[in-house]
Design a binder for this molecule. Structure first.
Ligand code: SF4
Length: 126
């Protein structure tokens, strides 16, 4: 973990391997537990997992990466948007398209994604 939040919040920083693997594992387990599926476009899944991992590095919690926050620290404390967020836990609503119900037109049959795939997508996006 980097102690300097200015460095961590830069757009081009990458998540640590430890957090990336933790969030990859969490996503697979949570999809299986809730009977939800990943997106047919694996880059979507990869980008969301990378975003969660970066927040875990920066903030100590996997704050949802698909929203804008005025104050990220306050949002982490509020916990509503810590993944899995309240809408997901209550209604299986994931606006990031990480966890999709089987009736969603973008859902595929996969509940797993490799670290390699995530890193490939990350590299391709610079
Ligand atoms: S919308 Fe909710 S469940 Fe989906 S990635 Fe964001 S925090 Fe996680």
């Amino acid at each position: 973990m980097n102690a300097d939040p200015m460095i961590n919040s830069e757009v081009n920083t990458k998540s640590s391997d430890k957090s990336l693997e933790a969030m990859r594992h969490f996503s697979e387990q949570y999809a299986k537990r809730t009977g939800t599926y990943f997106c047919t476009e694996s880059s979507v899944t990869a980008v969301v997992i990378e975003g969660l991992a970066k927040h875990k590095d920066e903030l100590g919690a996997p704050l949802c990466p698909c929203r804008h926050y005025e104050d990220k620290e306050a949002e982490v404390s509020a916990a509503y948007w810590n993944c899995p967020c309240v809408p997901m836990r209550e209604r299986k609503e994931c606006h990031c398209m990480l966890f999709l119900t089987s009736d969603n037109e973008f859902a595929c049959e996969r509940q797993d994604i490799s670290l390699e795939t995530i890193k490939e997508v990350r590299e391709s996006m610079g």
